[in-house]
Design a binder for this molecule. Structure first.
Ligand SMILES: [Zn+2]
Length: 240
């Protein structure tokens, strides 16, 4: 069984992709379920519209999709109530993108939103890998400040910070690694040094194709039990 833990849907400025297109890709590649979240402008500005679209897709294909909401922390109280609205309606996590949303990953601006997230036993996915705004050590800082939250390190800091990934997460229990965009050698080294328990398969569709992203896991990890954890068990644990 394969769950793709990171996909985007919607008509954005740059990215345009429909649920049917993703489902076609999933069927072609034996992917049973996908976690979906909004695209570009809906992540940056029009959060409510983006979240509503994702919730509609989940409603329409409830056996295939799991929704993650997004909220720009600059919206303050309004953003917090938007996150509550979505999570109370059944969305299973939060996707934050400090580069697109215009803040430093560990800035105190995001604390009130994370304090709210502490009340839910659901993960927070952070884009990482972009210079200055989205670094692995900034995520470590948040993971230490909010030990009750499980954080997913988006793209495991590819491409600019792949060297920091392992040292930044050493000894930290609440950081998980998304495999999208990473190369098989790096995925293997995360598995070897941190463990398959912390690695989660994601494609970042439509920016990457599912077949290549799946193949990378099979190259990086030959152990079937570990593959099962990466392909579905770890994420299932986080969103149950
Ligand atoms: Zn993404």
């Amino acid at each position: 069984m394969i769950i793709d833990a990171h996909c985007h849907l919607g008509k954005g400025f740059d990215i345009r992709v429909s649920p049917e297109e993703l489902l076609k890709e999933m069927d072609k590649n034996g992917v049973e379920k996908a976690i979906i979240c909004p695209v570009d402008r809906f992540i940056a500005v029009y959060n409510k519209e983006g979240n509503d679209y994702i919730m509609d897709c989940v409603k329409k294909f409830s056996d295939r999709f799991i929704g993650f909401a997004t909220v720009n922390p600059w919206y303050g109280e309004k953003g917090i109530s938007e996150s509550k609205r979505c999570l109370d309606k059944g969305m299973k996590g939060l996707k934050l993108h400090s580069f697109l949303q215009g803040f430093l990953l560990n800035d105190k601006l995001v604390f009130p939103l994370l304090e709210e997230m502490e009340k839910y036993d659901l993960p927070v996915y952070f884009h990482t890998g972009t210079l200055v705004s989205s670094e692995p050590y900034q995520l470590r800082d948040l993971a230490e400040k909010f030990p009750k939250i499980n954080f997913i390190m988006g793209h495991s800091a590819t491409t600019d910070y792949w060297n920091d990934v392992i040292p930044a997460a050493k000894g930290i229990d609440n950081i998980y690694f998304d495999t999208s965009l990473h190369n098989p050698a790096m995925i293997k080294s995360i598995i070897d040094k941190i463990g398959a328990d912390k690695v989660i398969f994601g494609s970042d569709f439509p920016q990457n194709s599912l077949d290549v992203e799946i193949e990378k896991i099979k190259i990086a990890c030959l152990d079937e039990k570990e593959q099962e954890k990466i392909f579905h068990k770890n994420i299932e644990e986080l969103v149950k």
